[in-house]
Design a protein. Structure first.
Ligand code: MLT
Length: 409
């Protein structure tokens, strides 16, 4: 008799974004004339920039010639890309990250989920509430939790509420957490963490022998120079933190797929006897067994982001989305909404009007304004009564969507 992984039965029926897609498609089928503006899932709309596209094409051509053809690549990713990342994202900014500690992958979503596998079942996992649903769902899938209660909280997960009252900055957990997911700039609230706030977490992790799983997928949106773009800007983080980064939102790679994870050689976790083991060889073992890497043309395309031209072109795209966020924030604030995020981040987080539930607000906006966003409650119980708009959209659509929404109130 084949047995299922019963942890999957503990999950809510569908993952958040496909569930939104399902509802939107249902509405679109019933209302074929209605224009729908999609600001739900954070999926980019601007095309790959010229320099990236050229490198991509050239690399595809290389694959068509016997003398330059590539088969399996190095499991950690090609050195040319790992070295470009180490130099440009870290070393040139005074951050000590070695190319040897970088693992190229096909996405931060995959990596933040897959990383769970190299850690024991008995780890207590702490996550913010609301949170990017992948952290909670993969913690459940990996067997580290009990069942979900009626409020939507899984037993054995340590939830750290992020609310208007605490400025969306979580308190340190009162019970000991072994693995701590943090995401800054934050998805979904669009808020950022200061150096001092991140230092509290690094100090906590050092004191408790915990590991911080730091999702920095949106670091390119930070324009304030005082806000850290990497956890490794904090002294000691190299001993207690793994960092996840992605080219999806920064360079339009959501469909192209390329990301990376930094697992410092100095990072350790412990066996049951309390003996320390470096984590990097475990991740290397996992990746080299289960993953054959990102294609050569995609890695060449990603490398081109770090050329002088590539940097300028990509920055212009990031600025475009940031300008969208700023327009959204302004229009929603002018209409009397309580608005968070949208600065140093591509997400705008709003309190719904008239105490509407997140899903009621979703239905209203879809039906009356033809606008799709993401219900805050989909990110966790503390997101109830909030709503997320993504700035990854075309400018005209952003303006039209905000006008349609604000007209309703
Ligand atoms: C989001 O909308 O939260 C993200 O686009 C989802 C993702 O990156 O997987």
């Amino acid at each position: 008799m084949a047995l299922i992984n019963e942890n999957y039965l503990k999950l809510k029926a569908g993952y958040l974004f496909p569930e939104i897609g399902r509802r939107v498609n249902e509405f679109a089928d019933a209302n074929p004339q209605k224009k729908i503006i999609r600001m739900g899932i954070g999926d980019v709309t601007q095309p790959l920039v010229k320099t990236v596209l050229k490198a991509f094409h050239n690399a595809v051509d290389e694959m068509g010639s016997a003398s330059t053809f590539k088969g399996y690549g190095p499991e950690q990713g090609y050195a040319f890309l790992r070295e470009a990342i180490a130099k440009n994202d870290y070393n040139n900014r005074g951050i000590n990250v070695s190319a040897d500690d970088i693992f190229i992958s096909d996405g931060s979503k995959c990596d933040t989920g897959n990383i769970q596998e190299i850690f024991g079942f008995d780890n207590k996992v702490a996550i913010c509430d609301p949170v990017y649903p992948v952290y909670a769902d993969t913690t459940v899938m990996s067997g580290k939790t009990g069942v979900c209660d009626e409020k939507g909280y899984f037993k054995n997960i340590i939830y750290m509420p992020c609310t208007d009252e605490n400025g969306f900055v979580p308190e340190l957990p009162s019970v000991k957490a072994d693995l701590i997911f943090l995401c800054y700039p934050n998805n979904p609230t669009g808020t950022v963490a200061t150096k001092e706030e991140l230092k509290r977490w690094v100090d906590y992790a050092i004191a408790n022998k915990s590991i911080i799983l730091f999702d920095a997928a949106y670091e390119a949106f930070v324009t304030d120079p005082t806000i850290p773009r990497s956890i490794y800007e904090i002294d000691g983080a190299e001993k207690v933190a793994i960092e996840f980064r992605s080219f999806s939102k920064t360079a339009g790679f959501t469909g192209t797929r390329c990301a990376f994870t930094v697992v410092p050689s100095t990072l350790v976790a412990y066996d049951e006897g309390g003996k320390a083991h470096p984590v990097k060889p475990l991740w290397n073992r996992r990746q080299s067994t289960k993953f054959n890497g990102v294609s050569y043309p995609v890695q060449k395309a990603a490398e081109a982001i770090y050329s002088e031209e590539g940097k300028k072109e990509v920055k212009a795209v990031v600025d475009y989305y940031l300008q969208n966020a700023s327009i959204m924030k302004q229009k929603l604030s002018d209409a009397g909404f309580k608005v968070f995020g949208g600065v140093n981040a591509p997400y705008v987080w709003v309190k719904t009007k008239n105490n509407m539930s997140s899903w009621d607000f979703f239905d209203l906006l879809l039906r009356e304004a033809g606008v799709v966003g993401t219900p805050g409650s989909g990110f966790g119980p503390s997101g109830e009564g909030y709503f997320r708009f993504s700035a990854f959209a075309d400018r005209d659509s952003v303006i039209e969507a905000m006008d349609n929404v604000t007209k309703l109130f």
